[in-house]
Design a protein around this ligand. Structure first.
Ligand SMILES: Nc1ncnc2c1ncn2[C@@H]1O[C@H](COP(=O)(O)OP(=O)(O)O)[C@@H](O)[C@H]1O
Ligand SMILES: [Mg+2]
Length: 156
C-alpha cells in the first residue's frame, strides 16, 4: 500500500499506529534517501512504544539497544560492507529475539532479512510531504496495513 503524509505530525500518527502492533520478533525495514525521514519515523515509533531515551541514528555503532514495552533494537546498516559483518555483530540474535528490530537502509542486507517483515520505503515529495510505500509479510504487517487503510480513509 501507499500512504502520503503532509507533515511531521502525520508521520507521527503513522508511527503511532505501527507501534501499537509491534510484537516480539517484529522486524521493520526502512529505506529511502538520506534525510527522507527514516530516523524520524523510528523516533515516533519508539516514543509510542515506551522508549524514554531520545533515539539518534546509530550510523557508526550500527546497532543501538533501547527498552520500551519490549527490547527495541535500532540498526543503521548504511556502512555495512557485507552480510557477514552483520552476523559478526550478532544480527541473528537481534532479529530472532524477544525484541523489536528497526533497520534503516535494509536494502543493503536484503539477502539476510527475515521473510516476515514490514518494508517501508519513504520518498520525499517536498520539504514536509512524504510518500510511504509499505509491503511485507506476516500477521503484524497485515494488522498495520489494515489500520493504516482505515486511518487514511478517515483523513481523506
Ligand atoms: N513528513 C515528514 N516525515 C519525516 N520527516 C520529515 C517530514 N517532514 C520533514 N521532515 C524532516 O526530514 C528530516 C528527516 O531526517 P532523518 O529522519 O534523519 O532522515 P533519514 O534517517 O532518512 O536520513 C528531519 O529533519 C525531519 O524533521
Ligand atoms: Mg537515519
Amino acid at each position: 500500500m501507499k500512504i502520503t503524509v503532509n507533515n511531521l505530525q502525520e508521520t507521527e500518527k503513522v508511527g503511532k499506529i505501527i507501534s501499537q502492533h509491534l510484537e516480539k520478533g517484529t522486524v521493520i525495514c526502512l529505506d529511502g534517501d538520506l534525510g527522507v525521514g527514516k530516523t524520524a519515523l523510528t523516533q515516533f515509533i519508539a516514543k509510542e512504544f515506551g522508549v524514554k531515551e531520545y533515539i539518534t541514528s546509530p550510523t557508526f555503532t550500527i546497532i543501538k539497544e533501547y527498552q520500551g514495552l519490549l527490547p527495541f533494537y535500532h540498526m543503521d546498516v548504511y556502512r555495512i560492507e557485507s552480510e557477514d559483518d552483520m552476523y559478526d555483530l550478532g544480527y541473528d540474535e537481534y532479529i530472532y529475539s524477544e525484541g523489536v528490530t528497526i533497520i534503516e537502509w535494509s536494502e543493503k542486507i536484503v539477502k539476510i532479512l527475515p521473510e516476515n517483515r514490514i518494508n517501508i520505503k519513504i520518498q520525499r515529495l517536498d520539504d514536509s510531504r512524504r510518500t510511504l510505500f509499505i509491503d511485507g509479510k506476516g500477521l503484524v504487517y497485515e494488522k498495520i496495513t489494515e489500520e493504516l487503510k482505515n486511518h487514511e480513509s478517515t483523513c481523506n
